[in-house]
Design a protein around this ligand. Structure first.
Ligand code: NAP
Length: 515
């Protein structure tokens, strides 16, 4: 069996016993093992601080962008190999694997382009200079400068490529060195992506820790950043652990994303078809293991029957099984723990909702008998959505969603306590205006599905580098991506005041720079 190493201090090293085993979730066959026991994480941090940080900070944005471009291109060249690994270790269908890997490649390329646009700058101005004295000579500016520490990236199991790449793109363009840690169970893709990328980056700029983080977080200080993606339970532990140390923490956690159907949308219309196809796709893509997946679906009471029928029809076309078989359209969940949690979550939802497709999740999968972590797509209908608790509070991280009739959906959407994305399907401007303003404080992103965007949109589940990713409350309170906004996590904002000519010499405004 392959042993996965960690890339620390510019070389590949392996930990010692005990090893964690990575398996194929369709067949339960062991694929690889990894361990970080005995690795010198203090030396890795020192190396990032002493070598990687200075090397990146010396570069202009355009030069940092070139690094990202090279990594993106190299991943593109290895795309088929990465897809195969994602199918084996993540239980991804080919389409699911492409979603993750192409998302990672595209995000690196997007930040490479932003770097090229910023050209020879090394610090970003935030807003315009302001006059502070009697004449224009005495002025103040705000700058974003790279933090003088290490960016520790901790990723969830569901997006080993995109999660690793999107965090790396922002940190490297901002000028911070990285120690990247994937979720152990699906680390194979992140490991290969790192093996490809590490030699393309300056010494110390990128390190990869394949397995447990050991005491890494206890060694962090106020100039360091932790960008975490995962469950709210783990996030809670990190908040306690890092709060005492002063390291900056960004959390991307659970989300009870909702889809809302407007009262104007009639069955058979273009907006209706968009709603049905996007909700069904979100429920089953990556076996529902997407932080942006729709978990709650709100429709007007007089549309409940039609919506249920249309969604059940879509779900009944899904073929669950081993994604290496061409007829399979939905793979397994990624681990046996995931399967246990999803089944328990369905049972809990069933206390206040009726399953109308998929029952308790048991499925006859197209896979070797008795093997694999398979679960059916499950659609439930809430008995009393206003009184329900579980559907608004518990994220079931699988192909599971609850449909509910409501004439005041915004009120119910807000009961999710803060989400990554909410999709609203309507062509009624007044309904959209009221709904968007009512739910906006509870979300990082709102997606409007209407007849005019049919054929152009990729749906609410696709995270775009141009737009913010994150959400308040339940979703963790974090912010990533959003174009150049994504660099702020890795930057210190500083006000500098003085003679305007000196300020311009230190940090030229974009229009003054020579690239
Ligand atoms: P998880 O169990 O919280 O693990 C997430 C990461 O944290 C893994 O890399 C894990 O490492 C690591 N970890 C666990 N305990 C740790 C500790 N004490 N100190 C430092 N690191 C620790 O979550 P998951 O099961 O991988 O992911 C599923 C969850 O992620 C879902 O709730 C989903 O909604 C959320 N998610 C959110 C987003 C978003 O952008 N908001 C995106 C994707 C997923 P090991 O694997 O080595 O244990």
């Amino acid at each position: 069996m392959k042993t996965l190493g960690s890339y620390l201090q510019d070389r590949w090293v392996t930990g010692k016993e005990p090893f964690a085993t990575l398996v194929n979730p369709s067949t339960e066959e062991p694929l690889a093992q990894t361990s970080t026991a005995g690795l010198d994480l203090g030396a890795a941090l020192d190396h990032a601080r002493a070598q990687g940080g200075p090397a990146l900070r010396e570069l202009t944005f355009a030069q940092r962008g070139e690094l990202l471009k090279a990594w993106s291109k190299a991943l593109h060249a290895a795309r088929d190999e990465l897809i195969a690994l994602a199918m084996q270790n993540g239980g991804n269908t080919r389409g699911d694997a492409k979603f993750d890997i192409d998302g990672g490649i595209a995000t690196l390329a997007h930040y490479a382009d932003l770097g090229a646009q910023l050209g020879g700058l090394q610090a970003l101005r935030d807003g315009d200079a302001v006059q502070l004295g009697r004449t224009a000579r005495y002025a103040g500016i705000h700058l974003w400068v790279p933090r003088d520490g290490v960016a520790v990236h901790i990723n969830a199991f569901n997006f080993p490529a995109w999660g690793t790449a999107e965090k790396a793109a922002c940190a490297i363009l901002a000028g911070m060195p990285i120690i990247s840690k994937p979720a152990t169970s699906t680390a194979l893709v992140a490991w290969r992506l790192s093996e490809i990328g590490a030699p393309l980056l300056p010494r110390g700029a990128f390190q990869f820790l394949c397995g447990s983080p050991g005491d890494l977080l206890d060694r962090l200080g106020p100039q360091d950043v932790v960008a975490f993606t995962g469950s709210s339970q783990t996030a809670g532990k990190l908040r306690d652990q890092l709060g005492r140390r002063g390291a900056r923490l960004n959390v991307e956690a659970d989300s009870l994303n909702a889809a809302v159907l407007g009262p104007d949308v009639a069955p058979g219309s273009a907006s209706w078809d968009l709603f049905v196809s996007e909700v069904a796709r979100d429920l089953t893509q990556k076996a529902g293991q997407k932080c942006t997946a729709v978990r709650r679906i709100f429709v007007p009471p007089d549309r409940l029957g039609d919506a249920q029928e249309a969604l059940v029809d879509r779900l009944s076309q899904i073929r669950v099984g081993d994604p290496s078989r061409p007829e399979v359209t939905m793979g397994p969940v990624s681990t046996s723990d995931q399967l246990r949690d999803v089944r328990a979550g369905i049972q809990k939802l069933a206390t206040e909702a009726q399953a109308v497709f998929g029952g308790d999740g048991t499925v006859q999968a197209l896979a070797p008998e008795g093997k694999g972590y398979f679960v059916s797509p499950v659609l439930l209908v809430a008995r009393d959505p206003a009184a329900a608790r579980v559907m608004h509070q518990d994220e079931v991280f699988g192909p599971v969603a609850t449909l509910a009739a409501s004439s005041s959906p915004a009120e119910l959407v807000r009961r999710g306590g803060g989400g990554l994305v909410c999709s609203v399907y309507s062509d009624d401007r007044e309904f959209l205006r009221k709904c968007v303003l009512a739910i906006a404080p509870y979300h990082g992103r709102i997606y409007l599905g209407s007849e005019k965007v049919v054929g152009q949109t990729m749906g609410p589940g696709t995270v775009l580098p141009q737009l913010l990713h994150g959400g308040p409350g339940h979703a963790g309170g974090g912010e990533e991506l959003g174009g150049l906004r994504g660099l702020q996590l890795y930057s210190q904002r500083v006000a500098v005041q003085g003679d305007r000519a000196l300020l311009d010499a230190i940090a030229p405004a974009a229009e003054q720079r020579k690239t």
